[in-house]
Design a protein around this ligand. Structure first.
Ligand code: PMP
Length: 385
């Protein structure tokens, strides 16, 4: 990993809030800039070179995103982020008579839209070891539900394998939805590995070195005939008369209006960068995560609550509120996140409450981890606890 690729790292800050959003490599920043300086035009309708070129770049980007998760380009719908993808998807399906199961440890963004639109939401009880706890879970996954909507990696507990647990126990009729907001940055996602069930998933560009305001909704072709448009206007229709209209093919049908063209093109740049180094990134992250877990587990009064050796590390400290932990680290130029992390039902259910979270990216270093651990060693003493 070349840290020089990330201009913001030059400030010297120790940035360990990567689950919230990552820093951006120079190539992504330049790609946004180049589009607006040299290539700006609206897509699809223009017959002049600039518009044809912008359309080509936009559709090339769709292919790059599709290849990254082993999907087909028409299975990729661009949105403004994971939250937008899930809100759209829950309205694209008619869920009024559907029972949906979701993990209790999931993010509010993968909970509230289902609660809003489905007939009923059942919670799959999960902890850091997966979703096998609690009575009756297997039955919930198999018998009474129509859909499962799970995190593929929790933003609090890391990769709990609960998605895989639930997937392994489902029957083929059940539609699976994966919240891949965190998973996309920490594990290789190949949508064809989940061929047994129809699948959709969502992720955001900004957690994988891309810009904010751009996201992906992947919907497998098998489900396309179940989807209805939720947003109406230009580009999602072919012929419009005073009383009727013909829908454009998918995915354009679900991308009404002028999209975030520069965002899509820069997301493709981020994915090219990420994909090129993916194996090296995962190996490096693993070493950092193991070191962080080891160092933190030696600190008296500090309790790690997340999956062992995962790059997303949540913990509590006896006698110190997580906000105070985060503020203390901030005074040492270390950025972490504290609180409920938009996953309050799970933290309440597990009786953990708010936590402090360190989240590692490939550009972090062993020195940064060591520094963070050594600062935390003094926390309780400095707080007079
Ligand atoms: N799901 C998970 C697991 C997340 O971590 C996040 C972001 N924290 C989201 C959904 C929502 O992502 P966004 O804010 O980019 O829409």
């Amino acid at each position: 990993m070349n840290r020089d690729d990330f201009p913001q790292l030059k400030s010297g800050v120790i940035y360990l809030d990567n689950a919230a959003t990552t820093f951006k490599p120079r190539c992504v920043v330049d790609r946004v800039n180049d589009f607006y300086v040299h290539e700006n035009a609206n897509i699809y309708r223009g017959l002049y070179d600039l518009s044809v070129k912008a359309t080509q770049l936009y559709e090339d980007a769709r292919k790059i995103v599709a290849d990254f998760i082993n999907a087909e380009p028409e299975e990729i719908i661009f949105t403004s982020g994971t939250t937008d993808s899930i809100n759209k998807f829950t309205q694209m399906l008619d869920l009024s008579d559907k029972v949906v199961a979701t993990d209790i440890t999931g993010h509010h963004s993968n909970m509230l839209p289902w609660r809003e639109h489905a007939k009923k939401v059942n919670y799959i009880l999960c902890n850091q070891n997966g979703c096998s706890i609690g009575p009756g879970n297997c039955a919930e996954v198999n018998d009474s539900i129509d859909m499962v909507a799970m995190s593929m990696c929790s933003n609090v507990f890391g990769d709990t394998k609960s998605f895989e647990d639930a997937y392994g126990r489902s029957d083929a009729r059940v539609l699976f939805f994966g919240d891949a907001a965190q998973a996309i940055a920490h594990k290789k996602i190949d949508v064809r590995m989940y061929n047994y069930n129809p699948l959709a998933l969502a992720f955001s560009g900004h957690k994988i070195f891309g810009p904010t305001g751009i996201g992906v909704l992947y919907v497998e072709k098998r489900i396309h005939d179940k989807l209805r448009p939720t947003c109406f206007g230009g580009e999602m229709v072919e012929n419009v008369t005073k009383d009727n209209y013909d829908l454009a093919p998918i995915p354009q049908r679900f991308e009404a209006g002028t999209p975030n063209i520069a965002g899509v093109i820069a997301l493709a740049e981020a994915i090219k960068y990420f994909a090129k180094h993916q194996t090296e990134f995962f190996e490096h992250e693993k070493i950092l995560a193991e070191n962080a877990h080891f160092g933190l587990s030696e600190i008296e009064g500090l309790h790690i609550v997340s999956t062992k050796n995962d790059p997303i590390i949540s913990f509590t400290v006896d006698g110190v509120h997580p906000h105070d932990v985060a503020q203390y680290l901030a005074t040492h130029n270390i950025c972490v996140r504290a609180g409920y992390h938009c996953a309050q039902p799970g933290l309440d259910f597990l009786e953990i409450g708010p936590v402090t979270r360190i989240s590692i990216a490939p550009y972090n270093t062993l020195e940064e981890i060591d520094k963070t651990v050594s600062v935390l060693k003094n926390l309780r003493k400095d707080m007079h606890v």
